[in-house]
Design a protein. Structure first.
Length: 246
């Protein structure tokens, strides 16, 4: 799948389209994803995007970003979307990187990442943030898909879902019914997270909370307005995708 195949009209790309579409076009002209992202970067807010060969052999990727404030970038969709999230949500991405780097400094690089780095990676790659009425949150936490998407469908007019994970964005370039996000549950006593507020999201990324893996699965093509087939209630009866809570 190439950058030319990205359908920028898809609703999950709405938060990224203004910067992403011209960046993709620039990358196609120059064949350099790093250069295209760097052209869109805001000095002082965004990191510098550099070619992958700038990452020294044996150096941990996350530690290198933290130490140099540069993001080694390959010429592929995965790294393009990673850079795009950096441009749109720099404070949140920086917070994830700070936590990764601190954990690497404490524990080093081992054969397993450990629970905190696992959670950080899960959110960075496959995470999403939901701003929705309490009734939708209750149904989502219960995996009550019928209530979430059919009975209370009208409430989605008051909800917004941000696809944050760059691997998830990559998967959605070829949408499949089974594509599932890990939605970050708001911390206890929080009012929720604004999907457009980078600062608020960054503040919510607390190590002690994330290590609990406070995520709930959400098949993203079930979101009303995100896929034509979900207009039929039968779309949600597929138990292989919309699985009941254990």
């Amino acid at each position: 799948m190439s950058l030319a195949a990205i359908d920028w009209a898809q609703p999950w790309l709405a938060p990224y389209r203004a910067i992403g579409e011209p960046a993709a076009q620039a990358a196609l002209r120059t064949t350099s994803v790093a250069a295209a992202l760097q052209h869109s970067a805001v000095p002082g807010a965004s990191p510098r995007f550099v070619p992958q060969f700038d990452l020294p052999a044996g150096q941990a990727y996350e530690a290198h970003i933290f130490q140099t404030r540069t993001v080694p970038t390959r010429d592929n969709l995965h790294d393009f979307f990673n850079g795009l999230v950096w441009l749109a949500y720099p404070q949140s991405k920086r917070r994830l990187n700070e936590l990764q780097a601190a954990e690497i400094a404490r524990r080093g690089i081992a054969s397993t990442r450990g629970p905190l780095r696992d959670a950080l990676t899960l959110f960075d790659e496959n995470g999403a943030v939901l701003d929705a009425p309490a009734a939708l949150w209750k149904a989502l936490a219960a995996r009550d898909w019928h209530s979430l998407f059919v009975t209370q469908r009208a409430l989605w007019a008051e909800a917004r879902l941000l696809v944050f994970g760059h691997a998830l964005l990559e998967k959605l370039t070829a949408p499949r019914k089974a594509v599932t996000a890990h939605v970050l549950l708001p911390p206890p006593r929080a009012e929720g997270l604004s999907v457009l507020d980078d600062r608020a999201l960054a503040r919510s990324l607390d190590a002690d909370y994330l290590v609990q893996k406070p995520f709930v699965p959400l098949p993203v093509l079930g979101v009303p307005g995100w896929w034509p087939e979900n207009e039929s209630p039968d779309f949600y009866t597929d138990a292989k995708v919309f699985r009941p809570r254990r």
